[in-house]
Ligand binder design. Sequence first.
Ligand code: CP
Ligand code: NVA
Length: 332
Amino acid sequence: MNLSGRSFLKEFDFTPEEWTSLLDLAADLKRERREGTERQSLSGRTIALIFEKPSSRTRSSFEVAAFHQGAHTTYFDPSASHIRGKESIVDTALLFGRMFDAIEYRGYGQDTVEALAEYSGVPVWNGLTDEWHPTQTLADQLTIRERVTKPLNEVTIAYLGDARNNVGNSVLAGGALMGMDVRMVAPKDLQNTDEVVAQAREVAARTGARITLTDDVAEGVRDADVVYTDVWVSMGEPKEVWAERIDLLKGYQVNTELMRATGNPDAIAMHCLPAYHDRDTTVGEQVFQMTGMDALEITDEVFQTQRDVIFDQAENRMHTIKAVMVATLGRD
Ligand code: CP
Ligand code: NVA
């Protein structure tokens, strides 16, 4: 499978075969790292990392994976460059295309990452936009392959929470691509847009995926192998939405009772992280003071029981991001 020179912007840009080849490559790279047999295919390459929103996992994954593979990274946050302030995204793309061999972008609209790809002439990798989080999807699916003893097209995944956020869209798109039984379980106001659902259904018609959108938790999680959740308020949203969002989503919390409602004792819980599962964060404490809830999208009980799975997911960000870099930029 040749993905050389391609950008990695969203799941729907890839065929199921291309997507599977990235998962396979990530599994190989992970094994090689463990065995000490990894070969560097990015030596001498230069990579720009643009972050307009905060990150712990995605930034470390790009930096660590690049180092393993011999590439050099330069990190830009909004305060340390002219991006947007004095220089447009198009001009930044034109400049970085001449300096760097590839660009990673985390930030706001998908149109930004698309413009970087169009005008830079080098591979551009989406490290999260308002609409999509495709490197997360690869890590999630690698984790599912490792943890659930069935091929992906026999796996049932239920996503609970703000289904129309970046991770919700990506769970749906990635699940459609891999032929999974995908349940988006959310109140009607927080369901994926008609446009995203239509695209997912079009892909599902070819891959055999099943797509269900429901606001009924019991129906949505029944027989699930994977219960997935994400924060209820995403980066970039105003803090004024918290109260309304908690009100809408409190019935969709991943707790022990909900895990039992799957009817599957082997069901795993997944979370892209960071998670509000206790009061040990500034926001977690503020929300507790406001509402009395000591956890939001996932209880601490479920989080601790599933901690190994959830942190496998986090580690797999690095192996899968490495696969994206090697496949699109690597030299053999
Ligand atoms: N899951 C994820 O993208 O984490 P970061 O925000 O820490 O990069
Ligand atoms: N939906 C979350 C994902 C964080 C990885 C956000 O955008 O903040």
